[in-house]
Design a protein around this ligand. Structure first.
Ligand code: ADP
Length: 257
């Protein structure tokens, strides 16, 4: 049997965090960051203390999806720790808030920098840290999961048949790491028009996911202009429209994490 991936000593910066939830996808552009951010703000809306770590070095989305007043991470010169910025009570760390220092880096370097940023941030006491993982199941994802003791993973995908293979890859990675996948979100699943519900990519392979991998929760997220607009405006949809259909779906997801 595989050894538990997380075997080291818990980094100081992570010691006061109760739950670390990874949001993951195999491909880019499926809505992983949208799910991570809206899940985080849903949990915050339920009264939890929440942080978001955007682990994407090459294409950080967090700076577009939220609009904190302070858009630069500060370093505490004495402790050499990083102070997260904050928006509507949620603590935020992203490379997009790291100033102009972004460079062209190779994989192993990226891993080091990601891990350092995650573990030197002063997260303080949190009920949930939501990690927006970069897309894929490679080294960067693996080492990050070895640095941070993940409580659970949420996999984001789209309903196309091919996406099933992606989910399988994701589940395999997390099962190697002994991290339970608690939910799959099938994003951009449907839209309503002409008093009908349309499934532009087919009905998805949700049932198959549940049966084959035993993932207990499956969520269908609609294609919504407002979701994409809120991603661009810097205010998550669950904040701007807390009673809406999308918010209700995230409430259900929030309850299961
Ligand atoms: P990823 O993190 O997987 O790369 P993003 O969350 O950045 O994906 O989403 C990619 C783009 O698609 C963004 O512009 C986002 O606003 C938009 N988007 C994501 N999900 C939806 C949806 N359900 N309806 C409409 N637009 C969406």
């Amino acid at each position: 049997p595989a050894k538990p991936a997380f075997a080291g000593e818990l980094p100081k910066g992570l010691q006061q965090i109760s739950n670390i939830i990874a949001v993951s996808s195999c491909k880019g552009g499926v809505g992983k960051s949208t799910v991570a951010v809206n899940l985080a703000y849903t949990l915050a809306g339920m009264g939890a203390r929440v942080g978001i770590f955007d682990a994407d070095v090459y294409g950080p989305s967090l700076p577009t999806m939220v609009s904190p007043e302070i858009r630069l991470l500060e370093m505490n010169p004495e402790t050499k720790t990083i102070l997260p910025t904050e928006y509507l009570g949620v603590k935020l760390v992203s490379f997009g808030f790291a100033g102009q220092g972004r460079a062209i880096m190779r994989g192993p370097m990226v891993s080091g920098v990601v891990n350092q940023l995650l573990t030197t941030a002063e997260w303080g006491e949190l009920d949930y840290l939501v990690i927006d993982l970069p897309p894929g199941t490679g080294d960067i994802q693996l080492t990050l999961c070895q640095v941070a003791p993940l409580t659970a993973a949420v996999i984001v995908t789209t309903p196309q048949k091919l996406a099933f293979i992606d989910v399988a890859k994701g589940v395999r990675m997390f099962s190697k790491l002994k991290v339970p996948c608690i939910a799959v979100v099938e994003n951009m699943c449907y839209f309503d028009a002409d008093e009908k519900r349309h499934y532009p990519f087919g009905k998805g392979s949700g049932d198959q996911v549940v049966q084959q991998f035993g993932i207990p929760n499956l969520f269908d997220l609609p294609i919504r202009e407002t979701l994409s607009a809120s991603g661009d405006s810097g205010m998550p949809e669950v904040v701007s429209d807390p009673q809406g259909e999308v918010s209700r779906i995230f409430q259900d997801l929030g309850v299961c994490v």
